[in-house]
Design a protein around this ligand. Structure first.
Ligand code: GLN
Length: 433
């Protein structure tokens, strides 16, 4: 069957994706459903006077920033533990149980329990996120052309979960309040863990320990193999540093953009559901963009991976310049049409799908094999650093909304230009990618 086909001898490319890909699609979809459901609710919950704790926006933004920093730092530890001791599937299972516990604890209205919940979620993500991503790649034989497309499909699973979660809890919250909404996240996570248990046979082929058979690359050497390992690592670290700014702006979804959706948008919804808009656009743009790159490739015009990352940064800047005008349109305190927010999220979704999967494929192509796991972990650490920097949101209530968004847009634009400046040396360090 397809699974055997996927494990045909190295180099032979199977015609179909392994069944395990679809199992991991469902696993990650339900996990991200719960992860982004929690993030959509969290800051509004902390500020809620009736059900939450009546915190200020600045206090809520700060705790969320610290949580994001930790939750994307732990994958480097979780990846290492799985490599060395646990194996990938077991690490995912244990992480899943911590995740369920974390979401259930959030359904209790005590601040001490909230902190305990966050610790569970940090441990959960550390064990779950990097290892589920590693199993995806492991399901494909070395050199398989299907692996990149497999990651694309997997990325759509992530965003399907991130779209559906906030829509569901918009309504659960409306009729039942915050605590049952967090319980909904726990149910989603339970479905994710059950998927791993029921279909464990399909993902077992991806559950080998790295560092043994995967390190030696049997494929013929390419241009990149001639570049010293140190230079390749420096090139990747430059890309990571640039992406920190990207994730800082991305994770305004859930804090300042959610506050804008809640307080400054003229519609019948709360800020919760606005969290679904960006991942929806990621899904909507995925296939057209893959098609466009393919067409350009046929003409020899497909931009390099680093150029695509720069394009992502420019698009992100435009997303925030739209919000600058949205702030202005509402006189910075009034309500504006939801189309401002929708336009911003459309640009942001396009930016994410242009940049984020490209970075994943860079790691797998550029990182020297011996440190590939570590470099994948560091990629998530860059995400976490960006999350921590969302603390800039403490200025949300101090500055005008339009000023706040202009500053963020300016940061993205400056970073994009910086990347353009170093494009040449980066391309020399990463020939052919
Ligand atoms: N949307 C991504 C996710 O949740 C963001 C993290 C990343 O890929 N760096 O998986």
């Amino acid at each position: 069957m397809s699974r055997e086909a996927a494990h045909s001898p190295a180099g032979a490319t199977p015609a179909r994706h392994p069944r395990g890909l679809y199992v991991l699609f469902a696993t990650e979809m339900w996990e991200r459903f719960s992860f982004y459901t929690m993030l959509a609710l969290f800051t509004l919950y902390l500020q809620d006077k009736a059900e939450g704790f009546g915190w200020t926006a600045a206090q809520a933004t700060t705790l969320r920033a610290n949580y994001l920093g930790a939750v994307f730092f732990s994958p480097i530890v979780g990846g290492w533990l799985a490599d060395r001791f646990l194996g990938y599937r077991r690490a995912v299972m244990i992480g899943g149980v911590f995740f369920i516990a974390g979401h259930l604890l959030l359904a209790f209205p005590t601040i001490g329990i909230v902190y305990a919940a966050l610790v569970c979620l940090v441990i959960g993500n550390g064990l779950f996120k990097p290892n589920v991503s590693t199993i995806v790649g492991n399901l494909y034989p070395k050199g398989s052309h299907l692996r990149d497309r497999g990651y694309n499909i997997f990325y759509m699973g992530i965003n399907l979960g991130a779209t559906v979660g906030p829509i569901v809890v918009e309504f659960v919250h409306r009729y039942y309040g915050f605590h049952p909404s967090f319980a909904v996240a726990a149910v989603g996570m339970a479905i994710s863990v059950l998927t791993v248990i029921v279909f464990r046979k399909d993902i077992e082929p991806g559950d080998r320990r790295k560092g043994h058979e995967d390190v030696e690359d049997a494929s013929p050497p390419t241009a990149i193999d001639a570049v010293p390992a140190g230079r390749r690592i420096v090139a990747l670290v430059v890309i990571y540093l640039i992406s920190v700014v990207f994730w800082m702006l991305f994770f305004q979804n859930g804090s300042t953009l959610t506050y804008f959706a809640n307080d400054n948008t003229d519609w019948q919804f709360s800020g919760i559901i606005s969290n679904a808009i960006e991942p929806f656009f990621v899904i909507a743009f995925s296939l057209p963009l893959v098609w466009l790159w393919k067409k350009l490739d046929e003409k020899g015009l497909e931009p390099s991976t680093t150029t695509k990352i720069a394009m992502g940064m420019f698009l992100m800047a435009f997303a925030y310049f739209v919000m600058y005008f949205a702030g202005k349109a509402g006189g910075d305190t009034g309500k504006v049409s939801p189309w401002w927010l929708v336009s911003c999220y459309a640009l942001m979704g396009l930016a994410e799908i242009t940049l984020s999967p490209m970075a994943l494929s860079l790691v797998s192509k550029v990182a020297p094999a011996k440190v590939r796991g570590l470099m994948m972990g560091l990629w998530f650490v860059a995400t976490g650093l960006g999350g921590k920097l969302t603390q800039i949101g403490v200025y949300w209530t101090e500055w005008k909304h339009s000023t706040f968004f202009a500053v963020l847009g300016g940061m993205s634009l400056a970073t994009a230009f910086l990347l353009v400046l170093v494009l040449k040396p980066l391309k020399r360090a990463m020939p052919g990618v």
